[in-house]
Design a binder for this molecule. Structure first.
Ligand code: TPP
Length: 642
């Protein structure tokens, strides 16, 4: 590494000559490949943005100038250039670097990210604050073409044009989301690329860009004439015209000198927002001859020479996501009213299989969770049965649409919330810990969580056949390996399942916590405690008859969930007991995630940290029983086995 080993901050980068920057980018790219081949990560997304990161840190006086990255998954080069090179191998691991951006990780991470389409709003806020405080620095938002189509980004563009704030938006256009980009905006960007007049501009001006000085003026003139030409010819009412943005582009997003020249021009625009349109290739330089940018977006460890993933010999049960896709296909076969939705996560949710099999009855709406839900509501008004497969964390975006557009009108929409619970490496922006709390407060929604993949199939049928709103939450990763060959069966809504009858203690587990509860029960038996174990299945409606009986016949109820305790399943049980006047009759001990932000890392480590495994439940039962005995002034009866 001729340059990179000496670059410990962007200030070091800025000492170099423009001619050297392409080599710096090559070294950064190689560093990402070497590191991600060992530890995995958002490899392809980051490889596509290497030159953008180099050019931005060269042109802007970071951290004084503010760079705001959208999502942050593509920012590995930014991390490398901002003093985190030697920690990159810890990325996404417990106590290592975050896979996204965090203000508390670096002063160069001006805005925390993980969810898409936030950068332009945040950057506009910074630009407005700068102007109000009479300060003078640049603000540049970097956003991908798919994130630009997200509702928030569009709203921000709208306001930026209106305010005429000095703001730079660098568009990283690779025609990809995680899957190929969808939507009219994507088509619109393609039209810019295809515009004849623009090709002329590119040829005419492209070469000149590399020869300093004097580029700036020509580029600006050219950009203006191109803007006018495109606006007149192909872009009625679009971004560069009606919305008040200046347009510079398009630029080869892998040519650092060209990017530097374009960003230098953008810096000179003082009377309003400007968009620099860079064309990039996702996965640029990934060492796999098979061009599969979709697969490169994020990778596990791979062979750095061939780019091929290291194959695991372990045979694992199908993931919940796979079971969802397969079951949707079965159910859609027999009920023509069912339609499937994803918001830019076809493979992540299993809707990719449905899109293949039923292209007319399934939709990828892009990064547009809010629209997705109201779109579902509209279809439900006309008698269809939409199933929206959206990660628990991303459905947070559409909270009001779930309530106002679906639940309030009692519409028949099913929410399939993948990645519920602690997701692991993606961390705090992606944990699905809130869905119980944010959905449980509404009167008419049915909420459920399966103990395994067979029960998930039954729940899918149950939710879809239920004529109102219903939601299923299920975890990231593999199922339990149970038999799923039987057709799904309809379940009785609000009925829990008693898995083992015992005395004194009842463990009520929700969804993914059922298995650890059974593990804890086995361990407790060895200590002479024989708990009743219940698979709660539903948090709304709760099985109030069973829980009332348990409160009557047991001394302690332990609830377990992989969610925030506040407003969660355990809270629902306590509310029920209070409502029934049984709050004093039985002690309730709730297990879940307490009032703190859960970091990123291996789910096993994180679940253990919060006691959400068999050992943790075992410990809680023993501790609470002993505390109850002590309170009753009896001797400590049970010694914990370690
Ligand atoms: C609100 C939200 N929905 C979905 C995602 C999942 N997601 C992460 S990156 C990504 C694709 C982003 O595409 P683009 O903005 O074009 O950037 P690229 O990865 O192509 O560089 C998606 C859908 C997210 N992070 N946030």
């Amino acid at each position: 590494m001729r340059f990179l080993s000496e670059i410990n901050s962007p200030a070091d980068l800025r000492q170099l000559k423009v001619e050297d920057l392409q080599e710096v980018a090559d070294e950064v790219r190689q560093f990402i490949i070497d590191t991600c081949s060992r530890v995995g990560g958002h490899t392809g997304a980051s490889l596509g943005a290497v030159e953008l990161a180099v050019a931005m840190h060269y042109v802007f006086d970071t951290p004084r100038d503010r760079l705001v990255w959208d999502v942050g998954h593509q920012a590995y080069a930014h991390k490398i250039l901002t003093g985190r090179r030697d920690q990159l191998h810890t990325i996404k691991q417990y106590e290592g670097l975050s896979g996204f951006l965090r203000r508390d990780e670096s002063e160069y991470d001006t805005f925390g990210a993980g969810h898409a389409s936030t950068s332009v709003s945040a950057a506009l806020g910074m630009a407005v604050a700068r102007d109000k405080k009479d300060q003078d620095f640049h603000v540049c938002a970097l956003i991908g073409d798919s994130s630009l189509a997200g509702g928030m980004a569009m709203e921000a563009i709208n306001q930026a044009g209106h305010l005429k704030s000095r703001l730079i938006v660098l568009l990283n256009d690779n025609e990809m989301s995680i899957a190929p980009a969808v939507g009219a905006l994507s088509r619109y960007l393609n039209r810019i690329k295809e515009a004849q007049s623009y090709q002329w501009w590119k040829e005419e001006i492209g070469d000149a860009l590399e020869s300093v000085p004097g580029i700036g003026e020509r580029l600006r003139r050219a950009a203006k004439s191109v803007k006018d030409a495109i606006a007149a010819a192909v872009l009625p009412g679009a971004l560069v015209n009606e919305l008040g943005f200046k347009y510079i582009g398009y630029v080869d997003g892998h040519n650092v000198p060209m990017l530097v020249a374009a960003l230098e021009e953008a810096k000179k625009v003082t009377d309003g927002p400007v968009i620099v349109h860079a064309l990039t290739t996702k996965g640029k330089g990934f060492p796999n001859p098979e061009k599969n940018y979709y697969a490169y977006h994020a990778t596990g460890p791979f062979d750095p020479k061939t780019g091929l993933p290291y194959k695991s010999t372990k045979v694992s049960p199908p993931t919940y996501t796979e079971v969802f896709g397969r079951t949707m296909c079965e159910l859609m076969e027999s009920d023509k009213r069912i339609v499937a939705l994803t918001a830019a996560m076809p493979d992540g949710t299993g809707v990719d299989k449905v899109l293949e099999k039923f292209p007319e009855r399934s939709f990828d709406v892009g990064i547009a969770e809010q629209h997705a839900i109201t779109f579902c509501a509209g279809m439900a008004c006309e008698g269809l049965k939409p199933v929206a497969a959206i990660y628990s964390t991303f459905l947070q975006r559409a909270f009001d649409q779930v309530i106002h557009d679906v639940c309030l009108q009692d519409l028949d929409v099913t929410f399939a919330m993948d990645r519920a619970g602690i997701v692991g490496a993606d961390g705090p922006t992606h944990h699905g810990l809130l869905d119980i709390a944010y959905l449980r407060g509404y009167p008419n929604i049915v909420l459920m969580a399966p103990k395994d993949e067979a029960e998930m199939r039954d729940m899918m049928l149950t939710a879809i056949e239920h004529p109102g709103p219903a939601a299923i939450r299920y975890p990231r990763g593999n199922g339990m390996g149970v038999d799923i060959s039987q057709p799904p069966r309809r379940m009785e809504i609000g009925k829990a399942e008693v898995l083992g009858e015992g005395t004194e203690v009842a463990i009520l587990a929700y969804g993914a916590l059922v298995e650890p509860a059974l593990g804890a029960a086995e361990k407790l038996a060895a200590s002479g405690v024989f708990p009743t174990v219940v698979n709660a299945r539903f948090v709304k409606p709760l099985d109030s008859e069973l829980i009332t009986e348990l409160a009557d016949s047991h001394r302690l109820i332990v609830t377990a969930e992989d969610a925030y305790l506040a407003g969660g399943f355990g809270s629902a049980v306590m509310e029920l007991l209070e409502h029934k006047g049984l709050a004093d009759k039985v002690t309730v001990s709730r297990m879940g995630v307490d009032d703190e932000i859960v970091p990123h890392g291996d789910p096993k480590i994180l679940l253990a940290k919060y006691g959400l495994n068999a050992d943790g439940i075992y410990d809680r039962v023993i501790e609470t029983l002993n505390a109850l005995d002590q309170r009753a002034k009896g001797p400590t009866r049970i010694k914990a086995v370690k």
